[in-house]
Design a protein around this ligand. Structure first.
Ligand code: TYD
Length: 203
């Protein structure tokens, strides 16, 4: 028995967090046991790594190594056991974020990231990735209304243009796995798009 692994991605302020809870509810209503988790994080060790990543200055290769170390712990102790148990795992960000943030935006070598991905994930990929795509200018306006910025959220619009381009490159390389959601629409319209993606898969 193998469960489903669904990840959620997008630039900061694209609105993914509000929609993950709705997806969890929908899948629970359909009878699934849902495990909600996030990256960086999802285990006590990985949550400590998250604190370092979000608040300490470091170069992007160091960031990448820490992100993948946290991911290894998260996969081994939470994600893989849940999938083996037949649960549905919903993860707020995963490896596409590393390619977008550390790689495309931060300049970490993409080949190195691909090696780390192969090494840590050993072929495991999400069954579905929901990508909340949004113009960085709109995302910046939305973020301005929210809380204090961490290291990544404090970056300028040009940085988020590169993050967005990174997500687009991942989308173009894996269009069967990644579903693009137009996040410029209002909340109800975004929910409807996500429902259509799940329905198309019979979920
Ligand atoms: P985020 O989902 O935005 O958390 P919150 O909504 O609680 O602020 O994730 C935190 C940050 O981590 C986000 O700015 C992107 C960054 N990040 C990376 O740089 N690389 C990664 O591999 C991951 C998973 C996240």
């Amino acid at each position: 028995m193998t469960g489903r692994f669904i990840t959620f991605e997008g630039i900061d302020g694209a609105g993914k967090t509000t929609h993950i809870a709705a997806v969890a509810q929908r899948l629970r209503d359909a009878g699934a046991t849902v495990v909600l988790t996030r990256e960086p994080g999802g285990t006590p060790l990985a949550e400590r790594v998250r604190e370092l990543l979000l608040h300490e200055a470091m170069d992007t290769l160091t960031e990448s190594l820490l992100v993948f170390a946290a991911r290894r712990d998260h996969l081994r102790t939470v994600i893989a056991p849940a999938l083996a148990h037949g649960d549905t795992v919903l993860c707020d960000r995963f490896t596409d974020a590393t390619f977008a943030y550390q790689g495309h935006a931060g300049g970490a070598d993409l080949q190195t990231l691909a090696q780390l991905e192969a090494w840590v994930q050993a072929g495991l990929q999400p069954d579905l990735t929901v990508w909340f795509d949004l113009d960085p200018l709109i995302a910046a306006e939305r973020r301005a209304q929210a809380r204090t910025a961490d290291r990544f959220e404090a970056q300028d619009v040009a940085y988020f243009e590169r993050v967005r381009a990174g997500y687009r490159a991942r989308f173009e390389a894996a269009p069967q796995r990644i579903a693009r959601i137009d996040s410029s629409q209002d909340r109800a319209a975004v929910s409807k798009q996500i429902e259509e993606v799940l329905e198309a898969r019979g979920w």
